[in-house]
Design a protein around this ligand. Structure first.
Ligand code: OOB
Length: 556
């Protein structure tokens, strides 16, 4: 086997740009595990993670990850292998992540809300040799290993968190390995300019796409975020969003906190009931939320003035993942007593932040500006020409941490990248004279359900498997709590088909709960555009009207 194909294939940056990114110190040739090496030198006993009643120091994080890496290598795993991982917000998520990085095994970290279909699709794309999951997931509801699922994933080894015995994840992380007395072959991470792991795309197509992220590019995005957000050993970050998501992982997220030597506190979910006591108990000063969670925090604060004192330590609340309404943004400082930072990012790369020193008007009205001086942004009209300043257009971007192609998806890549390597994110934005972006709409066929992304085509394909359904179109509908919810327009041969039965059908096919349509509307035929496509704009207008008409008038 030649040296070149030991590593996973991915679309590289053109040599000239790569050289620039190196020359400017963005890409340092360091693997992501460097952050642990450094903390282990500086402050090994500092607390890296708090998870329930457990506390994990930097030394314990590093040693646990090394133990698992060593055992995997002894088991025959090697650089260039892949793993499928699905864990909830627990310390093991980071232990496993660093273990795999240390051994050069590139993971896909599925969200815990993902179901059989997503796992199957990721497995098909990366053909993992290793699966790491959790018995707490409903996929393992009967308490057994769900051999059908594991056979489908096709990994040689499946380790489960919560399982006792030889194949339990705890066993592999424990120091029992020492007593086995077997030598561990030398191992190390993949080179910094190779794939470290795969991020998950929000998706707009039938198959959820994977985003290869290199050590070089991802580490730069983490370090730049740390600087911009002012993280340090004092940082006490509450991770309440799903740990693998790009926002709580790297913007600056948990990796930013590890890089800065602070502490990550894990919350099981972003609700006030779970989070407020953790903020008070652990004197949290930074967290990140999606807009629907912010609304719940505000509601709780409005109804109980004592909340302000519970949140007294909170300095900065980052909000992103979906558009934050101005009216909500304005309430954050008065009601929660902390500063707001808007974050508009994407797993594909580009992350925009409002700066902590920005005037209120920027913080409230915009979603920030690119974090790197070398992020290149173009706002283009339908014909591909730059729009006039202040006019809305499609966001195209490239830069030192924006990917160059989805994993093994040449046809899709040809659609979303232009000839100069700019990625079209599918967002419609307005850029002001200072470079700040405001998100005003979307081109991609995706529903953003309060930060959770749903690719319309994926759900439509599943609906079309129903014997009575002949046509299906999933569109967004306005929702006061979630920003958007999903509505499925269907054409059905069975007039008695009920939403409950349809959701049950989709769930049985392995569709994740958050992707189940919130509403179904039956039509005799779907409206078509002049070019013969389903008229989704028309359908969105239609459902918005239906909703508006059914809403009680609240004005006097
Ligand atoms: C983040 O990443 P993804 O990959 O789940 O979703 C990216 C998409 C963007 O293209 C945009 O459509 C939407 O989510 N989005 C926002 C937004 N932040 C993300 N739309 C409006 N306002 C915002 N502030 O969602 C993500 C990744 C890193 C940091 C933050 C968010």
């Amino acid at each position: 086997m030649t040296q070149a194909n030991r590593f996973l294939p991915y679309t590289r940056w053109p040599r000239e740009l790569a050289e620039q990114y190196r020359a400017k110190g963005y890409w340092r040739g360091e693997p992501l595990t460097t952050m642990l090496d450094r903390q282990c030198e500086v402050a090994p006993d500092a607390t890296a993670i708090l998870c329930g009643e457990r506390s994990v120091s930097y030394r314990e994080l590093d040693e646990g990850a090394s133990r698992l890496a060593g055992r995997l290598v002894r088991h025959g795993f090697k650089v260039g292998d892949t793993a499928l991982v699905q864990l909830p917000n627990v310390a093991e998520f980071y232990l496993v992540f660093f273990a795999l990085l240390k051994a050069g095994i590139a993971p896909v970290n599925a969200l815990f809300s993902h179901n059989r279909l997503e796992l199957a699709s990721y497995a098909e794309q990366i053909r993992p040799r290793l699966f790491i999951g959790s018995l707490a997931h409903s996929l393992f509801a009967n308490g057994d290993r769900n051999s059908d699922l594991l056979r489908g994933i096709g990994a040689e080894l499946a380790l489960l968190d919560g399982e006792s015995g030889e194949l339990g994840l705890t066993h592999w992380l424990s120091d029992q390995a020492k007593s086995e007395g077997l030598a561990v072959p030398t191992y190390g991470p993949s080179p910094a300019d190779e794939v470290a792991f795969f991020q998950l795309s929000g998706g707009s197509t039938g198959t959820p796409k994977l985003i290869p992220r290199t050590h070089d590019d991802y580490y730069y995005s983490v370090r730049r975020s740390v600087d911009l957000c002012g993280l340090g050993p004092h940082t006490r970050y509450l991770c309440a969003l799903p740990a693998p998501h790009n926002f709580p992982l790297s913007s600056p997220g948990a990796l930013g906190v590890f890089e800065a030597g602070g502490t990550v506190v894990l919350a099981p979910d972003p609700g006030p009931m779970s989070c407020f006591p953790l903020v008070a108990r652990h004197r949290i000063n930074l967290t990140s939320l999606v807009p629907p969670a912010v609304a719940l925090w505000l509601q709780a604060a409005e109804s109980d003035p004592a909340v302000r004192s519970q949140l007294a330590s909170l300095d900065v609340l980052q909000v992103g993942g979906a558009k934050l309404a101005e009216a909500v943004a304005r309430k954050i400082t008065p009601l929660l007593g902390c500063r707001l930072q808007q974050v508009f990012g994407m797993a594909e790369g580009l992350v925009n932040y409002t700066r902590l020193s920005d005037p209120d008007e920027k913080i409230i009205h915009t979603q920030g500006r690119p974090m790197s001086p070398d992020d290149e942004v173009r706002i283009l009209d339908k014909a591909g020409n730059p729009v006039a300043p202040g006019e809305p257009g499609a966001l195209h971007t490239r830069g030192p941490y924006t990917f160059r192609g989805y994993y093994r998806s040449p046809a899709h890549n040809a659609r979303v990248f232009d000839s100069e390597g700019f990625y079209c994110s599918g967002d419609l934005v307005v850029q002001d004279q200072d470079g700040y972006l405001t998100v005003v709409g979307r081109q991609k066929d995706q529903i953003n359900r309060g930060g959770e992304k749903i690719a319309a085509e994926e759900v439509e394909n599943q609906l079309l498997h129903h014997p009575a359904i002949t046509q299906a179109a999933l569109v967004s509908m306005p929702d006061s709590a979630m920003g958007e919810k999903s509505c499925a327009f269907i054409v059905s041969a069975d007039p008695g088909l009920k939403p409950l039965a349809l959701r049950k059908f989709l769930r049985a096919r392995g569709v994740a709960d958050f992707k189940l349509p919130d509403r179904f509307e039956t039509l005799d035929a779907l409206p078509m555009t002049a070019v013969g496509k389903i008229d989704k704009q028309g359908l969105r207008a239609r459902i918005a009207e239906i909703i508006a008409a059914s809403q009680p008038l609240t004005t006097a």
